[in-house]
Design a protein around this ligand. Structure first.
Ligand code: AMP
Ligand code: GLY
Length: 424
C-alpha cells in the first residue's frame, strides 16, 4: 500500500519512519516534509492546509492511506477533503477536531459525557477574567481558547501575569489548578454505523512541557518524552478508557460528529483522581517518537483500520519490552522565538549509535551551497533511543545529544531522569 503523511514535524517524521519499516507499505510519501522525512519518504511541495491540493496529491499517487499529522490541517478540514474523494484518511473531520480546536467545545463535550476535568469558565472581558481568577484562586491557569501549539497556556501564581495573558487573548478559558503528575494517553479511534466506536489505547507516555530543567520556565510544545511509565497505577489505561476515552467518543458519535483518528488525552493524576487537562485530535509531539520506537505491530493496519471504521478487526497494538526516551534540541530563543539557518553538525554520528535515531522537526537544507543541515524552527530535532530500561535508553539518548551541535542549541538534561517525576 502507498501512504501519504501530511505535515513537517517530528511527529510526521516518526510516523513516516514507522510506515517505512512496515512490510505492508510499499511507498511512503510526505507533504511537505523535512530533510529527515526525505530519508524515509518522497517529498511533495504541497501546502498541508490546502485540503483540495492534498486530496489531489493523494489521488495522483494512488495513496491507500493518508495520515494527517498536525492539528491545523485537521481543524481546517483537510481530512474531510481527502475522505470526500473516497480515500481512507487517518485523522478526524474538521468538526470532530474541535475537541482540540476549541477548549470551550472540549469542556462542553466532557460535561455532557461526564468526563472528569478541571472546573472552568470561558471569559471574553477583563472583568470576567478577574472574577474567574478570584473564584479559583492561585495557582492560576489561563488558556487561549484557540489553537496555540501548546504555548497558549499560562500557569502562574502571579495574578497580574494571569490577567495580562487573558487580556492578550480574545477568549480565554480560566480553570482550577490540577496538581499531580501528567500522563499523555493516546488512543486510536474508529467508528462505524454497525460497530459504533472502537478505541485502542496506546502505552502511556510522559512529556516534559517546560523549557528548563526542573520544570522551570515557560511552556513549550514539549522538550522530551519517554515511555513506558512504570510508576503509573496498573489500572490506569483501563480506568482512562472507561471514564474518559469511551464516554468522549460515544458523546462525539451521539452528536453526529464521530471521532476517528488519534484522540490524545492529556491527564493529571491528582490527589482527587484522574482529570483531563486537554484533548488533542492528533498524535502528540514528542511523545509519538518514543512510542513509535517501541511499537511492535506494523503501523499501517492500525491506522487504516481506524480510517475505515474497522479497527476492531485489527489486533490491538503490541509493544516491545524495554523503554524509549526522546530528548528534544531546540533553537536559540525558543519558546518565545526561534532561530533559523544555524548549521547543525553531528546528526549522522548520533544516528549511527546503536539503538539511537534522530528525528527531524525544524530542520532545512541551507548554507552557501544549500546542502548544509540548518535549523528552521523552535524545536529542531529529537534524539530517540531505546534500551532495556529507562536508564539505558536515557543514557543512549544523551550520548546522541552530545554528538549534535548548533549555535544556541537548548535541551533539557533531566528528561526521564526521575521517571516518577511529579510533573511534566
Ligand atoms: P494544555 O495546552 O491545556 O495542555 O496545557 C499545557 C500545559 O499547561 C499542561 O501540559 C500542563 O502542564 C499545564 N496545565 C494546563 N492546565 C492545567 C491545570 N488545570 N492545572 C495545572 N496545570 C495545567
Ligand atoms: N506533547 C504535547 C503535544 O503534542 O501537544
Amino acid at each position: 500500500m502507498k501512504t501519504l503523511v501530511i505535515g513537517t514535524g517530528g511527529r510526521e517524521h516518526a510516523l513516516a519512519r514507522a510506515l517505512s519499516l512496515d512490510p505492508g507499505v510499499t511507498e511512503v510519501h510526505a507533504a511537505p516534509g523535512n530533510p529527515g522525512i526525505a530519508a524515509v519518504a518522497t517529498l511533495h511541495p504541497v501546502d498541508p492546509l490546502d485540503g483540495e491540493a492534498v486530496a489531489d496529491l493523494a489521488e495522483r499517487l494512488g495513496a491507500g492511506l493518508v495520515v494527517v499529522g498536525p492539528e491545523a490541517p485537521l481543524v481546517a478540514g483537510v481530512a474531510d477533503a481527502v475522505a470526500a474523494r473516497g480515500i481512507p484518511v487517518f485523522g478526524p473531520s474538521g468538526e470532530a477536531a474541535q475537541l482540540e480546536g476549541s477548549k470551550t467545545f472540549a469542556k462542553d463535550v466532557m460535561a455532557a459525557a461526564g468526563v472528569p476535568t478541571a472546573r472552568a469558565h470561558t471569559c471574553t472581558t477583563p472583568e470576567e477574567a478577574a472574577a474567574a481568577l478570584d473564584e479559583f484562586g492561585p495557582t492560576y491557569v489561563v488558556k487561549d481558547d484557540g489553537l496555540a501549539a501548546g504555548k497558549g497556556v499560562v500557569v502562574t501564581d502571579d495574578r497580574a501575569e494571569a490577567l495580562a495573558h487573558a487580556a492578550a487573548c480574545e477568549r480565554v478559558v480560566i480553570e482550577e489548578f490540577l496538581d499531580g503528575p501528567e500522563v499523555s494517553l493516546f488512543a486510536l479511534c474508529s467508528w462505524s454505523e454497525a460497530d459504533g466506536a472502537t478505541v485502542y489505547p496506546l502505552q502511556p507516555a510522559q512529556d516534559f512541557k517546560r523549557i528548563f530543567d526542573g520544570d522551570a520556565g515557560p511552556n513549550t510544545g514539549g522538550m522530551g518524552a519517554y515511555t513506558p511509565l512504570l510508576w503509573a497505577p496498573v489500572d490506569l489505561v483501563e480506568e482512562v478508557l472507561r471514564d474518559v476515552l469511551q464516554p468522549t467518543v460515544d458523546e462525539m458519535a451521539r452528536r453526529g460528529t464521530p471521532f476517528t483518528g488519534l484522540l490524545y488525552a492529556g491527564l493529571a493524576l491528582t490527589s482527587r483522581g484522574i482529570r483531563v487537562i486537554e484533548f488533542n485530535a492528533r498524535f502528540g509531539d514528542p511523545e509519538t517518537q518514543p512510542l513509535m520506537a517501541l511499537l511492535d505491530s506494523p503501523l499501517s493496519p492500525l491506522l487504516l483500520g481506524a480510517a475505515t471504521g474497522r479497527l476492531g478487526e485489527v489486533e490491538p497494538p503490541r509493544w516491545k519490552p524495554g523503554a524509549a526516551v526522546a530528548v528534544v534540541m531546540a533553537s536559540k530563543g525558543y519558546p518565545e522565538s526561534s532561530s533559523s539557518g544555524d548549521v547543525i553538525t553531528g546528526v549522522e554520528a548520533a544516528d549511527a549509535l546503536p539503538d539511537v535515531h534522530v528525528i527531524h522537526a525544524g530542520t532545512a537544507l541551507g548554507g552557501p551551497a544549500g546542502d548544509d543541515l540548518v535549523t528552521a524552527g523552535g524545536r529542531v530535532l529529537a534524539v530517540i533511543a531505546t534500551g532495556d530500561d529507562i536508564a539505558a535508553a536515557r543514557a543512549a539518548a544523551y550520548d546522541g545529544v552530545a554528538r549534535i551541535a548548533f549555535d544556541g542549541a537548548q535541551s533539557r538534561s533531566d528528561i526521564a531522569l526521575h521517571s516518577s517525576a511529579s510533573s511534566a
